[in-house]
Design a protein around this ligand. Structure first.
Ligand code: ZN
Ligand code: ZN
Length: 413
């Protein structure tokens, strides 16, 4: 591993020739043509089309729409750089000249930036292969947005089809005044679970509720009582979110339906807390259904989503040091674990260290105009990931290439 100052200096040299306008054209094209999870055919082809001429051995269709590019360059560590490629079912409302041309689909999480950063970093590192030694594996991952894309790539045999990583690296665009590179050693993102609940009542005429067991009222009690799980059953020092995202029941004003369905999402940072909350959900659902007189027991199905993302503290410290050298000490800080979730870590075999950091990208004028007296207030008042107004500042294109290149070089040079 090279020292931070050397990796930073080399990165500035190697990226001096980057053409911001060319990067922005590529980015705008991806932004105009977003693709949902596992449908990233065009995006994957665009990435592959940049990796091949740069000298990568490229495999497409890994885990349906994933792309893997391998560049073997002598002895040394194997570094995996990962970017996700999918867009979201969001109707864009940014009014940007390069807004989505696909109705109801938008790159609202910035994965178009991730693909641009990844492609350009891969090119820079390939062109500079006489300055480092080892193997680079560039991964374009499909379906990060709860789609299980990393798991699909693992199921498709990324290990051992491709060289086993010594480290896995990745980054995500985030709101915040453009020009900062938050790093969190250890836990940086949370585990996520989806939970489906079906309440079986007894349907009937709206004028004769006494002949029914009303699943709408029962499910409403469940929704209300679930609000006490975090506030009354979890210690204040823990971070947990339990959200009821969907409540479906009924067809018409005068019909009491036979069932109601709830869709819950749970975010936790500790396995024991996760088990405790899941137990509370099961107990509350069963208890409310019993109280209502449901004759058929309810169904509670837990669909485990993404695990905690826990950066290797030592690796994160080393890469944070390189980013401080590159951009200035004040640009790198720890904003603590987020309740968001990622499947990035699934690409790392057990015991392989990984690091995942952030690049802030709120345009200065948007940040200045946002109400709020301090950073936290402003942070809550600028469009964030998944917002129809999410519009990262393209000025972060070159810095986001440098973060990746410097992190890779710190392991390879
Ligand atoms: Zn997202
Ligand atoms: Zn994302």
């Amino acid at each position: 591993m090279s020292d931070p100052a050397t990796a930073a200096r080399l990165t500035l040299d190697l990226t001096a020739g980057l053409k911001p306008a060319e990067l922005e054209d590529f980015y705008r094209d991806l932004h105009r043509h977003p693709e949902l999870a596992f449908q990233e055919h065009r995006t994957a082809a665009k990435l592959a089309a940049r990796l091949r001429p740069a000298g990568y051995d490229v495999t497409e269709g890994v885990g349906r729409t994933g792309v893997v590019g391998v560049l073997v360059n002598g002895d040394g560590p194997v570094v995996w750089l990962r970017g996700d490629m999918d867009a979201l079912p969001v109707q864009e409302a940014t009014g940007l000249e390069y807004a989505s041309t696909v109705d109801g689909v938008m790159h609202a999480c910035g994965h178009d930036l991730h693909v641009t950063w990844l492609a350009a970093a891969a090119e820079v590192l390939a062109a500079a292969r006489d300055t480092w030694s080892g193997t680079l594996v560039v991964v374009g991952q499909p379906a990060e947005e709860s789609g299980g894309g990393a798991a699909a790539m693992v199921a498709a045999g990324v290990h051992p089809r491709f060289p086993r990583p010594d480290v896995l690296l990745g980054q995500h665009v985030t709101p915040g005044l453009a020009g900062f590179y938050p790093h969190t050693p250890g836990l940086t993102m949370s585990a996520s679970d989806d939970i489906d609940v079906v309440v079986h009542g007894i349907g009937g005429h709206g004028s004769r509720p006494e002949s029914t067991v009303d699943p709408v009222v029962t499910a409403a009690y469940i929704v209300t009582r679930l609000q006490t799980v975090v506030s009354r059953e979890v210690a204040a020092r823990e971070s947990v979110v339990l959200t009821v995202g969907r409540f479906n029941a009924g067809t018409k004003h005068n019909i009491i339906p036979a069932e109601a369905r709830l869709a819950l999402n749970l975010r936790t940072q500790d396995t024991r807390v996760r088990e405790r909350v899941l137990g509370a959900v099961r107990r509350i659902v069963a208890g409310e259904c019993q109280a209502a007189g449901c004759r058929v027991p309810p169904e509670v199905t837990v669909r485990p989503g993404y695990p905690n993302t826990v950066n290797d503290a030592c690796l994160d410290g080393e890469i944070a040091a390189v980013h401080r050298e590159l951009f200035g000490a004040h640009t790198v800080f720890d904003f603590g674990p987020a309740l968001g979730s990622e499947d990035f870590s699934l690409l790392a075999p057990t015991d392989v260290p990984y690091d995942y950091w952030y690049v802030t990208a709120t345009p200065a004028e948007v940040w200045e105009a946002a109400p709020g007296d301090d950073l936290a207030e402003k942070f809550g008042n600028v469009p964030g990931n998944h917002s129809p107004l999410f519009a990262p500042d393209p000025s972060v294109l070159v810095p986001g290439v440098r973060t990746l290149v410097s992190a890779a070089l710190s392991r390879l040079a």
